[in-house]
Design a protein around this ligand. Structure first.
Ligand code: SAH
Length: 338
């Protein structure tokens, strides 16, 4: 069987053409067929000369993930279980809200971070995804819902900054006008807070939104529930976050609210103290419970009280609407058990 043409970036696709003595725009054409028209067959690429089509067909394949299961919460949330070519499974979520159509993508099969409250940690780490496997989640979902997606968030399974190169390559496919054409400002990478990865992003020319899963203002609690925090001290994390806000885009701090663990007014005050001087948004995520984990979502009144106590700061604060909880499609509920 031939090699999957999708494994090539746009630049590589163009190089393939020049090496064959062809114009590089042939590479652009094929790229567009694959990413914009969902082509799986070179023979159907009608604007490509016939002998080239047959040549490509004999040499390459165009393959992708198969939808193994779909669960729909309501009209606006759908969770996809996708089967990759090696038989591994990942989950992706489609969320429609007002004019926005967001795909939440996975970047690894499982996750090695071991955050105590997150269901993905339960499966452990299997492997990194290739760039095209990340971008394919958006493409497959667009085809399924028959609509163009407007936003992409890297908040599914895995840690984007542990799969840096492939994530960067996926961002290129996602933003390219010849592929998925979703602007960088509509794309968010969410990280547990890995210093090295954030530094690399800072130095790179990439302009993507950055969300940092802070979750606990108390460093000891953070270390206990998010083991990677032990080797990624808060001080340095906050310094990099500030630099990111000043140099690139304003960062968002995610704060998962867990009953009796980090939902008190004292926690809210510590949070504000910690973020003082850092231009940033705060995104409160009420904990999504999972049958295999002991943690609970705080009562609505407690969430509301916490939220209100943050309001007279100069941070924009939002409570993330919990979507797809019933179908275990909420943040931190993705465990491949659709
Ligand atoms: N590894 C990356 C991206 C995946 S998690 C990261 O840590 O940011 C996306 C978000 O879901 C993170 O902010 C994480 O803290 C949060 N999360 C994990 N488990 C959750 C749960 N059960 N309920 C609500 N949010 C959760």
């Amino acid at each position: 069987m031939g090699e999957n043409f999708k494994a090539h970036s746009l630049l590589q696709a163009k190089n393939i053409m020049t090496r064959l003595g062809l114009d590089e725009y042939r590479g652009e054409q094929v790229f567009k067929w694959i990413w914009q028209k969902n082509a799986t067959d070179f023979l159907k690429m009608t604007n490509v000369p016939k002998e080239l089509r047959t040549f490509f067909e004999s040499r390459y394949t165009i393959t992708g993930p198969a939808v193994a299961a779909v669960r729909q919460g309501n009209e606006d949330v759908k969770k996809y279980l996708l089967e990759l070519e090696d038989g591994e499974h990942i989950e992706s979520v489609f969320i429609r809200e007002e004019k926005r159509r967001t795909v939440c993508v996975s970047c690894q099969v499982g996750c090695p971070l071991g955050c105590k409250f997150c269901a993905t940690a339960l499966i452990g780490f299997k492997r990194n995804l290739y760039a095209y496997e990340i971008a394919d989640q958006v493409r497959v979902i667009q085809a399924d819902v028959d609509d163009k997606c407007t936003n992409v968030v890297f908040m599914g399974m895995g840690e984007p900054l542990l799969n840096y190169e492939q994530v960067v390559a996926a961002l290129e496919i996602i933003s390219s006008p010849l592929a998925l054409s979703i602007g960088r400002r509509h794309t968010t990478v969410s990280t547990v807070g890995l210093l090295g990865g954030i530094e690399s992003l800072l130095k790179s020319p990439i302009r993507v939104k950055l969300a940092i899963s802070l979750n606990f203002a108390d460093e000891e609690k953070r270390k206990e529930l998010m083991p990677v925090a032990k080797s990624n001290p808060l001080r340095d994390l906050l310094r990099l976050a500030k630099a990111y806000s000043l140099k690139k885009e304003m960062v968002t701090f995610e704060y998962v609210m867990i009953d009796k663990i980090n939902d008190g007014l004292r926690d809210a005050r510590s949070l504000l103290r910690l973020l003082r001087g850092i231009p940033s948004k705060i995104n409160l995520i009420p904990y999504n419970e999972h049958p295999r984990l002991p943690y609970k979502r705080p009562a609505d009144e407690k969430i509301e009280r916490f939220y209100r106590s943050l309001l007279d700061s100069h941070h924009t604060v939002v409570i993330r609407k919990s979507r797809g909880q019933r179908i275990l499609a909420g943040c931190g509920q993705l465990a491949g058990d659709s």
